[in-house]
Design a protein around this ligand. Structure first.
Ligand code: PLP
Ligand code: COI
Length: 342
């Protein structure tokens, strides 16, 4: 199939309309078989619980083309599972995991011409979302739900790509409350993070780094990605916190780091440990691995990269992860799933 006429290597992390998205509806206790929709507008009751009470959760996954034109998605079973956890936490009816996987397959097949070619550095981003759609004005869970999935070809989340970014430790606003919903992928968490993120960007930073909301002592995560550090004795460390999203990328990096002979520690990381790290990075589906060049904490600036040069360990982890995703390295972990193309 002929590819869409796009400048693939110039793509940023921006929405683009593709040929279609999918919509499935839950009514009278069951999910329907789904429909292919070409328009990118959706039809909702104005009183839908997703619109005023935030009964919404979403996911993010990617499809990649290899050098032979085969297409693979990365760890979508984990996205399917995480979306069930998100749904349950805010009292929504979950979308079944097997239907999620079939939907991914179908959406990628239908939008084949938007899958960025191997070597472009871009990928097809998949965005599943689940919405409470009953028209209600009392605060109560919906009875009817919609599961939708669209896709968009994307480049790097941070404009810099694999170049180091500047973070600032957020000292005023919280993203997620202790015992709240910071560990699931619900839209409200991102709305709650906008104040901090907009302020940081205005001040010249790429993003914020949140501390735990209770004590403001331990690293939580960045706005759109998890945090990890590499110590001088070559350990991979990443925060253990109930308020952060369990990142599928981070989970994969922990496995890769262990296989590279590193000790992996998932534990609370005190903010005062930051100056003692050799390298630091953000990780996520959109962010992939984004090395952190510096972190500003109050009046201190902790610098990990003096230039745009990326630390050795971040670079090796990035190369290992992306080589599995784009089919250059054999996937001995079973993380990728090939999508048969029509
Ligand atoms: N943390 C937050 C708040 C995110 O939005 C994301 C993105 O999904 C991540 C972490 C990284 O998670 P994953 O690697 O599963 O994409
Ligand atoms: C992802 O990485 O898939 C996300 O959902 C993060 C988002 C802020 C772009």
């Amino acid at each position: 199939m002929e590819k869409a006429n796009l400048n693939w290597s110039e793509l940023t992390f921006a929405y683009m309309k593709t040929d279609c998205h999918l919509e499935y509806y839950f009514k009278d206790g069951e999910w329907d078989e789904g429909k292919i929709i070409n328009d990118d507008r959706i039809d909702l009751n104005i009183a839908s619980t997703c619109l005023h009470y935030g009964q919404e959760c979403f996911e993010g996954a990617k499809a990649f083309e290899d050098k032979d034109g085969r297409v693979r998605v990365f760890r979508i079973e984990e996205n399917a599972k995480r979306m069930v956890r998100s749904a349950e936490k805010i009292h929504m009816v979950p979308f079944p995991e097997d239907m999620f996987i079939n939907a991914v397959e179908k959406l990628v097949q239908l939008n084949q011409r938007f899958i960025p070619p191997y070597g472009s550095g871009a990928s097809l981003y998949l965005r599943p979302l689940l919405l409470g759609i009953s028209g209600l004005i009392g605060v109560t869970p919906a009875t009817d739900y919609a599961f939708m999935m669209f896709c968009s070809p994307v480049g790097p989340y941070f404009k810099s790509g694999i170049k180091p970014v500047k973070l600032i430790v957020e000292d005023q606003y919280d993203r997620a409350a202790p015992n709240g919903v910071g560990d699931v992928k619900v839209g409200g968490n991102y709305a709650a993070g906008l104040r901090a993120s907009v302020r940081a960007k205005k001040a010249g930073y790429t993003e914020v780094l949140y501390l735990d909301a209770l004590r403001k002592e331990f690293i939580d995560e960045s706005g759109p990605a998890n945090f990890f550090g590499i110590t001088h004795d070559n350990k991979f460390i990443t925060p253990a916190s109930d308020s952060i999203l369990p990142s599928i990328t981070n989970m994969s990096l922990q496995t890769l780091a262990a296989d590279m002979g590193m000790i992996v520690e998932k534990r609370p990381i005190h903010v005062n440990e930051l100056p003692y790290l050799k390298e630091a990075g953000c990780c996520g589906t959109a962010a992939v691995i984004t090395p952190i060049g510096s972190i500003t904490h109050g009046d201190k600036v902790i610098t990990y990269c003096e230039t745009d040069e990326v630390g050795e360990t971040c670079m090796s982890l990035y190369n290992n992860l992306t080589s599995i995703q784009n089919g250059v390295l054999k996937d001995k972990y079973g993380w990728t799933r090939e999508i048969p193309m029509p």
